[in-house]
Design a protein around this ligand. Structure first.
Ligand SMILES: C[S@@+](CC[C@H](N)C(=O)[O-])C[C@H]1O[C@@H](n2cnc3c(N)ncnc32)[C@H](O)[C@@H]1O
Ligand code: SF4
Length: 401
């Protein structure tokens, strides 16, 4: 689709946003050594070296075309995700960051995260990523147990996982370890060993995801034997206990951090901030005084590169409907353990708080939400039954005929 002019987005509308939210930048690098059987991210097996130079040209063109939509706005965080961004050479990451800095005003001390996989030449690379300007590394470990790693089709083993985390800990002040739980054949004891191994590195941040079977993955068609719901619930309790004992606070459904190490980039998503997303399949959310926009880039890397280089990176560009905004806001905000300031709803959606009054009252009556003058916060029960709570903010269905 052809890009629209900025006047199109600035035209009058029914929303009244008092101010624009903080802006983040997401950059998607879509290649991996091998596609994991559980993964539904926009990631593609790199059959041979990735076309780094052409992809960087496409990213630069994509960013240039998007600039009028974010003109003059400071960028509070950058996240280079994938795929496996650590497959790109440090020189390429340096060029990417130089291209970004030349076009967008990054705030002083801007958080710049890069996702890295164990087994992608970390010894030479991690220090060089740091020198290129990356401030935070997120390492996709998933497990420190060889059998579990094999069962989920990872290309790395436990020794490589340990080596990668050691290297990250020595090169970066802030880093994250990604783990998954409820893995095929995993017992409480195996999870306990994974947690112990992860916490031994004193990580400033830990993300732990329940393995989900996503449609269109190999695991959806050939599901492995997985722990049942009861065991998965016990696993989550264990994760809570062990991470708290190690000084990590659960501040979001899957995210645990020491003081001062919460991920600013992801926090901005959960607080319904804005993000420009560039790269294959990248999503973006951008606000204007009278509307909120969602964008998506072409998913397939070759299609994306051709499109972006011709000034047509977008495959979708839609306004979020007024009726969808309460749910979209709450879907994110309620993932935060401490919730959000009540005033943030109107600030970010441009809607009056009366748009959620009835649903807030209903959620309070069911004991799922704490709502006073200042905050909206899930109760412990609301946090445990989060999808029930979130769904209370879905737009009312029109009566069927
Ligand atoms: C987009 S992936 C990219 C990270 C990196 N390529 C890797 O795999 O290590 C980010 C994280 O999402 C999590 N993830 C991916 N697929 C998942 C699934 N089906 N269920 C739960 N977590 C998943 C993994 O923990 C992974 O580290
Ligand atoms: S390495 Fe990460 S992004 Fe790539 S296929 Fe595996 S889980 Fe997906």
């Amino acid at each position: 689709m052809s890009a629209r002019t900025v006047e199109h987005y600035l035209r009058p509308g029914t929303l009244q946003l008092p101010a624009l939210p903080p802006l983040s930048l997401y950059v998607h690098l879509p290649w991996c050594l091998k596609k994991c059987p559980y993964c539904d991210f926009n990631s593609h097996e790199a059959k041979g070296p990735a076309p780094e130079a052409r992809y960087l040209d496409a990213l630069r063109a994509d960013l240039e075309a998007a600039l009028p939509l974010v003109w003059g706005r400071p960028v509070i965080s950058v996240f280079i995700g994938g795929g496996t961004p650590s497959l790109f050479s440090p020189d390429s990451i340096e060029r990417l960051l130089a291209d970004i800095r030349a076009r967008l005003p990054l705030v002083p001390g801007c958080e710049i995260t890069l996702e890295a996989n164990p087994g992608t030449f970390e010894r030479e690379r991690f220090c060089a990523f740091r020198a290129a300007g990356v401030t935070r590394l997120s390492i996709g470990v998933q497990s420190f147990h060889d059998d579990s790693l094999r069962a989920i089709g990872r290309v790395h083993d436990a020794a490589q996982a340990r080596a990668a985390v050691e290297e990250a800990a020595s090169a970066f002040d802030s880093f994250n370890i990604d783990l998954m739980y409820a893995l095929p054949g995993q017992t409480l004891e195996l999870l306990q060993a994974d947690l112990q191994a992860a916490l031994a590195f004193a990580p400033p941040h830990l993300s732990i995801y329940h393995l989900t079977l996503e449609p269109n993955t190999l695991f959806a068609t050939h599901p492995p034997p997985l722990p049942d719901e009861d065991l998965a619930a016990q696993m989550l309790d264990l994760i809570g206990e062990r991470s708290a004992a190690a000084g990590l606070q659960r501040y979001e459904v899957s995210a645990f951090a020491r003081d001062g190490h919460r991920c600013r980039h992801n926090l901005n998503y959960w607080q319904f901030g804005d993000y420009l997303g560039i790269g294959a399949g990248a999503h973006g959310k951008l606000s204007f005084p009278h509307r909120v926009l969602r964008q998506q880039r072409w998913r397939e890397p070759a299609r994306y590169m051709d499109g972006a280089l011709a000034g047509q990176a977008l495959s979708q560009d839609d306004e979020v409907a007024r009726a969808e905004l309460p749910f979209e806001f709450m879907l994110n905000a309620l993932r935060l353990r401490e919730g959000v300031p009540r005033a943030l709803f109107s600030e970010r959606t441009g809607l009056p708080t009366s748009a959620i009054d009835a649903a807030v009252l209903g959620a309070q009556q069911r004991g799922l939400l704490i709502a006073d003058l200042h905050r909206l916060q899930p109760t412990e029960r609301g946090f445990d039954f989060l999808s029930d709570l979130q769904s209370m903010f879905l737009p009312a269905r029109s009566p069927s005929r």
